[in-house]
Design a protein around this ligand. Structure first.
Ligand code: ZN
Ligand code: ZN
Ligand code: FE
Length: 755
């Protein structure tokens, strides 16, 4: 029986080889009809034997192109049409562009094979790609996604490449960045002073220098990497010194999954992430005694590993592996994306640079995630995931949410889609702020929206706040930092009704003028009430207390021990007597010593008490050391106290501080103390939530804030809450840290403008 079906598909179905796949399946099954792109997705009409039509739809759903994702596939029977083969029709380009374009895609297996095949015309060609793989987000100047609107526009396709590009049956049909050695980009090697080294084989020469222990800047997809031999202590040390990054973990690229397995534990979910088209940095447990430099992540037993995601990486890693591959920038600056910016690191950090002439249109750092309880926990959501959207449970006018100050991302909404930007970074320094301004303008333009609503943080001094105030939009919505954290996690799970929101965080501006960061909120997307918080302490010297956890520890001792604090501090903390006197004045006088309920500062204080960290060189370092120390310890907990302050509940860990000090005096193992500390915080959170659940009649608990990057704590809190019958929600799509703030701001703004 002949039949004709009209099939409409939505989701990520453009720029991912969807039409050629439909074409191929139709040809194999002897079907007629056509397929085309539309403003909303893909439309196909398919005619032939009933069973064959069904077979095509089954196959499409079971085996879509690798990086496509089908949101909806609707098929309806329509009257028979002509029977005369199958065609790919030109795009219907009317109406709104609802379909975006995909993120950058790691080199696919077919291209990787051709790359190493001496008989292939693209043998060892570092820019090989096809419809299933290659640059996207980082080369697009404008939409629709056509070659003339990418940074490949200046490369004219040769006859062979054009034939591939125009043949529906070819893997490179409509592959916008298609190229070959005859017509595409080429490599070059620069010396430390920027001169062209005119190497016969720039890649080979770069590898030789890396083997020699040099630091080489490598032009990747979303910017330059700084690379060095990951087994060479001297090279890693030099990279750290020159870049101004003394201890923060460095990501390592390995040639293959098999190689990673020799250096670190890789579960099924981790392997899937590593080999995915997004190719993120995945945080793994490092194996001991593998020859990797101990300087890669001195504060943890973890290693951030990833696989080659461009052909250039594949070729380079086949010559030397593993390689440190860290963002090509000086500490706190945006990743360099062109040769002008490369000058900032070339000579100063890198001894040479492997460059090419395909411009990077848009910078995009590597994404970083960890698998926790079988699910993604993002530390940074960027390359490979952006510009994918997060689905919103509510609709409204376009919103620009400006994000926070550190680890900044921003967010633009269009209908029920929230587009969270690539990682922008810390807005403190001017170059980062410039990047921020550019990136906002860029995303707004790409999405063809004009945001009439701007959401921003309550903190008056954030650069993002200043930006928001100046942005020309009719409606401004200010969102408290921890409400935004909680809302971002709610959105991920489609929650709109009131929940208990637990925000364990470093710093966030509170409406009462104190520094918040250990918050128990009763919140929906619109409204928020501070139902409880951690016991408050003073931060002597403000920001200085963040940089020096030992000072925070002293402040906690002063609060808990009064006069005795000095003697205890003299024993436990590397803080001189003179300094203690000064800090004491700040704490007692209350000037330059803001009050905080921050969970991050509590972790800092305990880390310092245990002698693990007195001064930090990157955000979260003290907490990371505390977590690392805890891994080995068993699970007992200290006493804690839930107090009432009017309506608010106060979680006091003061009894714990006393026990920690006692145990340190009696020589209890620090790993044991660190583990018990984590368990105590988890119990405390659960006690607070249980009390609030009974009082407020709420059962859903949402966990957010930078402290939940600590997966040991996240696991314990989840377990304690579940044991008490509460429903727990944590982040899966955006980071719990300030990289997720913008999504929450956008959600709150949408809820508020709806009234
Ligand atoms: Zn490919
Ligand atoms: Zn060509
Ligand atoms: Fe935060």
């Amino acid at each position: 029986m002949q039949k004709r079906a009209r099939v409409a598909v939505t989701g990520r179905v453009q720029g991912v080889g969807f039409r050629p796949t439909v074409y191929r399946y139709a040809a194999e099954l002897g079907l007629s009809g056509f397929v085309q792109n539309t403003p909303t997705g893909v439309l196909a009409e398919i005619q032939g034997e009933d069973a064959s039509v069904s077979a095509l739809l089954d196959r499409l759903c079971a085996h879509p192109p690798r990086q496509a994702s089908i949101e909806r596939l609707e098929a309806e029977e329509i009257p028979l049409g002509p029977n005369g083969g199958f065609a790919i029709r030109p795009s219907a380009r009317s109406g709104d562009l609802v379909v975006g374009f995909p993120p950058d895609l790691a080199t696919c297996d077919a291209c990787a094979r051709e790359l190493l095949d001496p008989k292939d015309r693209r043998f060892r060609y570092p820019f090989i790609n096809c419809t299933n793989c290659g640059p996207r987000f980082t080369i697009v100047r404008d939409l629709p996604y056509d070659r003339e609107k990418t940074s490949m526009a200046s490369f004219e396709l040769c006859t062979e490449c054009r034939t591939e590009f125009e043949s529906p049956a070819d893997r490179r049909f409509d592959a916008q960045p298609n190229a070959c050695p005859a017509c595409g980009p080429a490599l070059a090697l620069r010396s430390a002073d920027g001169a062209d080294l005119r190497a016969d084989d720039p890649l080979h020469e770069a590898a030789r220098r890396l083997r020699d222990g040099q630091i080489v800047a490598i032009k990747s997809l979303g910017g330059y990497h700084l690379a060095c031999d990951a087994k060479n202590d001297g090279a890693v040390r030099a990279l750290r010194e020159r870049k101004g990054r003394p201890a923060k973990p460095l990501a390592v690229m390995f040639q293959s999954l098999e190689e990673i397995r020799r250096f670190a534990g890789v579960g099924e979910a981790e392997a899937r992430e590593l080999e995915s088209p997004a190719a993120p940095v995945v945080i793994l447990k490092r194996a001991s005694g593998t020859g990797l430099s101990a300087l890669l992540s001195p504060d943890t037993d973890d290693i951030g590993a990833f696989l080659p995601y461009t052909p250039l990486h594949h070729l380079l890693l086949s010559e030397i592996s593993p390689l440190v591959m860290t963002s090509g920038n000086l500490s706190e600056e945006p990743i360099a994306k062109d040769e002008e910016e490369l000058k900032r690191v070339l000579g100063r950090v890198a001894d040479a640079a492997l460059v090419h002439n395909r411009p990077i249109v848009r910078r995009c750092d590597d994404s970083v995630l960890k698998i926790v309880g079988g699910e993604r926990l993002f530390y940074r959501r960027s390359r490979g995931f952006v510009p994918g959207h997060v689905a919103l449970p509510l609709d409204g006018p376009p919103v620009l949410a400006c994000g926070a100050e550190l680890k900044n991302t921003f967010c633009v909404t269009r209908g029920r889609q929230a587009f969270v930007s690539q990682h922008v970074g810390d807005l403190v320094e001017y170059p980062a702020y410039r990047f921020y301004e550019e990136a906002v303008a860029d995303l707004v333009r790409l999405l063809h929206v004009k945001p009439g609503v701007v959401a921003y943080d309550l903190h008056p001094d954030y650069e993002s706040t200043r930006f928001a105030r100046a942005y020309p939009a009719a409606t401004k919505v200010v969102v408290q930092h921890h409400h935004a954290h909680v809302a971002s996690c709610m959105i991920e799970h489609g929650l709109t009704e009131p929940v208990i929101g637990v925000a364990l965080d470093g710093t966030g501006y509170g409406p009462d003028g104190t520094v918040w960061g250990g918050e128990f909120l009763v919140a929906d997307l619109r409204d928020v009430r501070r139902a409880g918080h951690l016991k408050q302490y003073r931060m002597p010297g403000g920001e200085e207390a963040i940089r020096h956890p030992a000072r925070m520890a002293f402040s906690v001792l002063v609060a808990e021990y009064g006069e005795e604090a000095d003697e205890i501090a003299a024993r436990l903390l590397p803080v001189s007597s003179a300094e203690r006197g000064l800090l004491r004045q700040l704490v007692d006088g209350g000037t330059h010593a803001p009050i905080t309920s921050s969970a991050g500062r509590l972790f800092d204080a305990v880390s310092a008490l245990l002698g693990l960290c007195d001064t930090i060189s990157y955000e979260g370092q003290a907490a990371i050391r505390l977590q690392t120390a805890a891994q080995a310890g068993p699970g007992r907990a200290y006493p804690l106290d839930v107090q009432h302050d009017g309506e608010a509940l106060i979680l006091s860990l003061a009894p714990m501080v006393r026990r920690v000090v006692e145990e340190l005096a009696s020589g209890v193992d620090k790993a044991d103390i660190a583990a018990a500390f984590h368990r105590t915080v988890a119990r405390g959170v659960a006690d607070m939530c249980t009390a609030l659940s009974e009082r407020e009649g709420l059962r859903k608990v949402v966990l957010s804030g930078g402290v939940f990057q600590n997966d040991l704590l996240l696991g314990m809190v989840t377990e304690e809450l579940a044991r008490r019958g509460l429903e727990v929600f944590s982040h899966r799509q955006v980071p719990p840290n300030d990289g997720g703030i913008a999504l929450g701001q956008a959600a709150v703004a949408l809820a508020r403008v709806r009234g």
